[in-house]
Design a binder for this molecule. Structure first.
Ligand code: PXL
Length: 259
């Protein structure tokens, strides 16, 4: 059976992070391995507390599963600290982990920082060069490219700059464009555009996690990057449609059923 590894934070409310990734992997028929980088206490109303997992424990989790079972693809989400960024980069290189998709999780929907400011520089320098694909949203693209991103033109500039940091593909998630939500995939030479309809009324928690986990699952099955992105876009649209309203806040939750 194909395997996919998630290196990400735990979300106590179960809709994002490790919990979302494992649901997606199961649904897409890959065996899910998981390395926890931080433990968040959160619910539909916001992030209450973040506890980081010590870097040596992150490294030990990666070593344990990759040496023994091996990963056909890997998705990286919340890392929180600069030490965790470095450990992830170092182990990906040392263990030769293939098909790495980085969701550079910087902010939660309530604005909480899920990656410390000083860790962003290290992500640019050490981690992005180890990745097959980096998939920032507009705010994350601004931080990684150090450029304002407001529209498709500026998103393309940011993609080119992030690509020059060393990732083979850059996927800019345009869900927050004022106009239509368009995702842009840059392969170092050309852009492919993935249009999607905005699904009104449901703010799905963990959308970026679900998208990148689905991309990693499809890469584990052997898809090319472009095919994997096209599939994952449809998967997220269906996950939004089937999402459920839980808790007293404004968020909707992924309950499986992306297909
Ligand atoms: O959706 C971003 C995200 C990723 N990972 C974890 C999170 C969140 C958002 O809250 O908690 C663990």
């Amino acid at each position: 059976m194909r395997t996919a590894l998630t290196i990400a934070g735990s979300d106590s409310s179960g809709g994002a992070g490790i919990q979302a990734d494992l649901k997606v992997f199961a649904e897409l028929g890959v065996y899910g391995l998981s390395v926890v980088t931080a433990v968040t206490a959160q619910n539909s109303q916001g992030v209450r507390k973040i506890n980081k997992v010590p870097p040596r424990v992150v490294a030990a989790q990666i070593d344990a599963v990759v040496r023994d079972i091996g990963a056909d693809a890997c998705k990286i989400g919340m890392l929180f600290s600069e030490q965790n960024v470095s450990i992830a980069a170092e182990r990906i290189e040392r263990r030769d982990i293939p098909n790495v998709v980085l969701d550079p999780v910087i902010f939660a929907k309530d604005g909480s920082r899920l990656l410390l400011a000083r860790a962003v520089e290290r992500m640019r320098r050490d981690l992005i060069p180890c990745c097959l694909m980096v998939a920032p949203n507009l705010a994350e693209a601004e931080e990684l490219a150090k450029l304002p991103v407001k529209d498709i033109e500026s998103a393309k500039h940011a993609a080119i700059k992030i690509s020059s940091l060393g990732a083979r593909y850059v996927l800019i998630k345009g869900g927050h464009f004022d106009a239509d939500p368009i995702d842009l995939l840059f392969d170092g030479e050309r852009f492919a555009e993935f249009a999607g309809a905005r699904i009104e009324g449901k703010s799905l928690h963990g959308t970026g996690c679900i998208l990148t986990a689905a991309i990693a699952a499809r890469l584990a099955h052997g898809d090319e990057a472009r095919q994997a992105v096209a599939f994952a876009k449809g998967f997220v649209a269906s996950a939004i449609e089937k999402s459920v309203k839980l808790g007293k806040g404004k968020l909707w939750y992924y309950a499986g059923g992306g297909r």
